[in-house]
Design a protein around this ligand. Structure first.
Ligand SMILES: *Cc1c(COP(=O)(O)O)cnc(C)c1O
Length: 346
């Protein structure tokens, strides 16, 4: 292997750092009198810890949430370990040892996890209480266990199941969280995710934990004017091909040309998060619409270039990423649309 640098990529995602910072500031303002933290799990929802965490910290975020212990090493390069919470908590002594050595906080999700942490020597931790999502978190009745009173709890959290809907469960969860707050002594209390922030000051407590909206997702229409698009994926045109009437395109030949037309091949596919469900979409070039024809075929898509016959190999095309719209068109959630972005786009 010689050390020649690889040629420039033909896929990229342009990240609007100003928009990312502005989104955090906006969500922080909306979290008053509390502060906004930042959910940075799943590699900042697919946009990259290396690019996003320094921006979020620069904007003022001081509380960072990851899901797995395996995600701590990347984040701790940019923020103090004591600012990182690990949502999945602890399942083994290996994890408690790692937590104590690194200094990131486990989010205790059960009495067993509390026991594991206490037996390992304990220290600062967070506690998640389940108020109705029935996923992670101690049951309300477990909060009165004497073990919980022995923990050094920085943040007591709970997570809303349906904050993106007008659901009666939001009020129910709020009521239970207030009860939990009276039962567990912690430095801070935190309930709301991105959508929860919109529910207003009853829900924001000391700290909120936005994820999706930081990265441009719009979980509730109220946020439309407040949240800016952050990710702008692009792909370069790889090849032009003139199709004849009757030519079949892509896997299974599902598209059959009904006329002569210029087509363009773009190297983007499943591994880049461009799934078959986006097959009915179009890419654009300076506002000109270039519909996909045929199926997304592994690493490639084919476009109808009728609207842009002047395009050349290497020209950059825009992949629509207006979050709510793009998600709706392909039937994925905004969470999925972001987190499936593949490494080749970075
Ligand atoms: C992922 C996550 C968040 C962020 O949620 P969004 O809906 O992306 O804002 C907040 N809190 C917890 C516990 C999470 O798991």
């Amino acid at each position: 292997m010689n050390d020649i640098a690889p040629p420039p990529a033909t896929l990229r995602v342009n990240l609007d750092s100003d928009a990312l910072a502005a989104n955090w500031h906006q969500l922080d303002r909306m979290s008053a009198p509390g502060r906004a933290g930042a959910a940075v799990k799943a590699d900042c929802y697919g946009l990259g810890v290396d690019r996003c965490v320094p921006v979020l910290r620069g904007a003022g975020a001081r509380d960072f949430f990851v899901a797995h212990w395996s995600e701590v090493a990347d984040v701790v390069r940019y923020v103090p370990a004591s600012d990182i919470s690990v949502l999945h908590g602890l399942i083994s002594r290996t994890e408690t040892d790692y937590a104590r050595a690194v200094g990131a906080r486990p989010v205790i999700n059960s009495l067993d996890q509390a026991k594991l942490w206490a037996e390992a020597g304990g220290g600062a931790c967070d506690v998640m209480v389940d108020t109705g999502i029935n996923r992670l978190g101690l049951a309300m009745r477990d909060l009165s266990d004497p073990l919980i009173a022995t923990l050094d709890v920085v943040t007591l959290l709970s997570h809303l199941a349906s904050a993106d809907e007008a659901s009666p469960s939001n009020r129910r969860q709020l009521k239970l969280f207030r009860e939990a707050r009276a039962m567990v002594k912690a430095k801070r209390y935190s309930l709301a995710n991105s959508a929860g922030i919109v529910l207003g000051p009853d829900y924001t407590f000391d700290l909120t934990r936005p994820g999706l909206a930081l990265y441009g997702g719009i979980p509730r229409p109220e946020l439309t004017d407040d949240i800016r698009q952050v990710a702008y994926p692009q792909a370069a045109l790889l090849l032009r091909r003139d199709l004849e009437p009757g030519d079949r395109v892509g896997y299974n030949g599902t598209y059959i040309a009904d006329r002569a037309l210029p087509s363009g091949i773009v190297s983007i596919g499943y591994a880049d998060g461009f799934l078959r469900s986006r097959g009915g979409e179009a890419l654009t070039h300076e506002g000109r619409v270039l519909p996909l024809i045929g199926k997304v075929s592994m690493d490639m898509i084919v476009l109808d270039l009728t609207n842009a016959p002047d395009l050349r190999e290497g020209d950059w095309l825009d992949i629509p990423f207006d979050m709510p719209g793009a998600a709706q068109r392909c039937g994925l959630s905004q969470y999925e649309l972001l987190t499936v972005i593949g490494h080749r786009l970075r």
